[in-house]
Design a protein around this ligand. Structure first.
Ligand SMILES: *Cc1c(COP(=O)(O)O)cnc(C)c1O
Length: 348
């Protein structure tokens, strides 16, 4: 094959560059379970400040950050309200149910977060028959809704409705920095009304591993106990925390390039036969295609031409742009996908 492979499956396929590897090699470290890793501490302080929260805890994954947030803010038998397309509902192996003993209540949130009225409708009135509504989980950007960036006022509306009923609010901000860049709004403003927020360093920010959960000091202390309980206490984790610090310093503003590349892919595929391109109100680095043919067939044929995509559902295909995917790669992928989709379209 003459052309290089273009991998659009996920922004988790970033690999650390030379500068990041140097930062990792030079990291000052200690035993973080004992609270003695200076680099992890610096990361926790830095990310808490960036998110406008008191404290943060560094965890191995976004899934663990979300589970710690749920476990630290609920009791078994409580109910957690979430968009039914939310990562927490679809992709976290029911961890909240299995580990924290909570019940998830899915609500439809076409705008990425539920409206204030939808939150009000989902909160259970006090009654001995009901589970206690305890936590509202939001997601920004919203993965399955096409990388939609949700504006601060919509987050505030949902969060304020929850707070009126004593329901806490968590934001799954795995890609909060993408939302921040797309909306030109500081990340702290986007989560101002959220009690806790998780962010991933391992997605578009380009670090090899790691996420953080931020919130008030008491909640984060409880989340730290949960991290240990879940087996997520790490020792000389400064080696990987250094990569996250490097990412925060160098790879946030450049997310705008990924968004431009995603727009380029939408332009290339917008009128393609055989698929409909999802167009979220504020797009970021995700391009979702509703395919007429089975998505797995399209993915397989594109892969044979060196273009890798992710099958999300029977007729839903995802492409993502990230650090290392340049405009040339996107043009090549667009050409291959157009051809494959055209072949797969039923004759009209
Ligand atoms: C990737 C992702 C997570 C989970 O992160 P992992 O590090 O893969 O566990 C959580 N929420 C959203 C929206 C994500 O995209």
């Amino acid at each position: 094959m003459t052309d290089a492979r273009v991998d659009l499956r996920s922004d988790t396929f970033t690999v650390p560059d030379g500068g990041m590897r140097r930062a990792m090699a030079e990291a000052e470290v200690g035993d973080d379970v004992w609270g003695e890793d200076p680099t992890v501490r610096r990361l926790e302080e830095t990310i808490a400040a960036r998110l406008g929260k008191d404290a943060a805890v560094y965890v191995p994954s976004g899934t663990m950050a979300n589970l710690c947030a749920v476990a630290a803010q609920t009791r078994p038998g409580d109910e957690v309200i979430s968009d039914f397309e939310g990562h927490l509902v679809v992709y976290e192996v029911a961890g909240g149910a299995v580990v924290a003993g909570v019940q998830l209540r899915g609500v439809d949130s076409p705008g990425g977060v539920p409206s204030g009225a939808a939150v009000e409708a989902a909160v259970r009135p006090p009654n001995i028959h009901h589970p206690r509504s305890r936590l509202l989980a939001l997601e920004n950007t919203h993965n399955r809704r096409g990388g939609l960036a949700v504006a601060a006022d919509a987050v505030a509306e949902a969060a304020e409705a929850a707070h009126r009923h004593g329901v806490l609010v968590h934001c799954d901000g795995a890609r909060l920095f993408n939302a921040s860049v797309a909306l030109d709004c500081p990340p702290a403003t986007l989560v101002e009304h959220c009690d806790t927020v998780s962010v991933c360093f391992s997605k578009g920010l380009g670090a090899p591993v790691g996420s953080a959960l931020a919130g008030d000091a008491g909640t984060i202390e409880e989340a730290r106990r949960w991290r240990k309980r879940l087996g997520g206490g790490m020792r000389q984790a400064g080696v990987i925390a250094a990569a996250a610090l490097h990412a925060l310093e160098h790879n946030v503003d450049r997310l705008a390039d990924d968004h431009a590349h995603a727009r380029l892919l939408v332009d290339l595929l917008g009128d393609s036969p055989g698929a409909r391109v999802l167009r979220p109100a504020v797009p970021t680095n995700i391009v979702m295609l509703e395919t007429e043919a089975p998505a797995s067939d399209v993915a397989e044929r594109a892969a044979a031409e060196g273009v890798l995509t992710a099958v999300m559902d029977r007729h839903l295909l995802r492409c993502m742009t990230y650090l290392g995917i340049d405009a040339g790669a996107v043009r090549r992928a667009g050409g291959v996908l157009r051809a494959v989709l055209g072949e797969s379209a039923p004759p009209s």
